[in-house]
Design a protein around this ligand. Structure first.
Ligand code: G3H
Ligand code: 13P
Ligand code: ZN
Length: 292
């Protein structure tokens, strides 16, 4: 089973995602990074997710994305998150193991599951800066040792994706051979793909048409995400496509209706375009729809 995990940082994004998931009768993971939590404030995020849970019957998980340290993971666990990610990928193998183990111990004793990361994605992850030249694919043998020694519940791996709107300079290429080896060594560990936005060309085009400047943006094509799911990826992280959808819709209103200044004038189409984007992913790419 493949789950989409969508990044959230405000009410409209949360509503758009859960509205889409509900219409598709699909389980959904909402995730917040530490900078998103700083922005939205943890109590607000928590209450908004509670509101979504009251409104709909679908399973909705709240996940910490790229937890940078034990304290942030603890704060989220103590605030009712269903799962946390500890991202120790910037540390050495042994340091990553120590940190992940500490989070796993705390989380498991409170019924919370833990995603960890091994290998480095090119690009920027929160406070973690990894230059292209340092980009390091996940080593399948190390992955097995890492999961065995830490007891983490799922593992994010590096097979060539990166965060943001500029994932590939030339053709999109992912190391499915590495994914296959990791799955051979860890057949029962859910594998997570970060940096998995498609960077939907139509959204980039709308942004650029209405005053944006995002030339040459490129993401992971839908066919590749489909292939990743066939080869055992269980969770696919999406943030950039939602950002593009929101920006595209807002830019269009600003350009076409310069007299508009009621935020609902532009937040309503923004929420709608995020919802359509999430519906498309659930239905056509991830296949998690259970719509009758
Ligand atoms: O993996 C990174 C996510 O897109 C979150 O980004 O730290 O800017 O919220 P952020
Ligand atoms: P994108 O930048 O490709 O949307 O990736 C998001 C992500 O991996 C969040 O953890
Ligand atoms: Zn990520």
């Amino acid at each position: 089973m493949l789950f989409g995990a969508f990044n959230v940082n405000n009410m409209e994004i949360i509503q758009a995602i859960v509205d889409a998931a509900n219409e598709e009768n699909s389980p959904v993971i909402l995730q917040a990074s530490s900078s998103a939590i700083k922005y939205a404030r943890i109590g607000y995020l928590r209450k908004m997710i509670e509101a979504a849970l009251e409104e709909y019957d679908i399973p909705i998980a709240l996940h910490l994305d790229h937890g940078p340290d034990f304290e942030t993971c603890k704060m989220c666990i103590d605030n009712g998150f269903s799962s946390v990610m500890i991202d120790g990928s910037k540390y050495s193998f042994e340091e990553n193991i120590d940190l992940t183990k500490k989070v796993v111990e705390y989380a498991h004793s409170r019924g919370v599951v833990v995603e960890a990361e091994l290998g480095k994605l090119a690009g920027i992850e929160d406070d973690v800066n990894v230059s292209d030249s340092d980009a390091m694919y996940t080593n399948p043998d190390e992955a097995k040792e890492f999961v065995n020694r830490t007891g983490c519940d799922s593992l994010a791996i590096a097979i060539g994706t990166s965060h943001g709107a500029y994932k590939f300079k030339g053709e999109a290429k992912l190391r499915f051979d590495i994914l296959e080896k990791v799955k051979e060594k860890l057949p029962n560990t859910p594998i997570v793909l970060h940096g998995a936005s498609t960077v939907i060309p139509e959204l980039v085009e709308i942004c650029n048409k209405y005053g944006g400047n995002i030339p040459g943006a490129k993401g992971v094509p839908d066919e590749m995400l489909h292939e990743a799911s066939l080869r055992g990826v269980s969770k696919i992280n999406v943030d950039t496509d939602l950002r593009l959808a929101m920006t595209a819709a807002i830019r269009k209103v600003f350009a076409e209706e310069p007299e508009a200044f009621d935020p609902r004038k532009y937040m309503t189409p923004a929420r709608e375009l995020i919802k359509q984007t999430v519906k498309h992913k659930i239905k056509d790419v991830f296949g998690s729809s259970n719509k009758a």
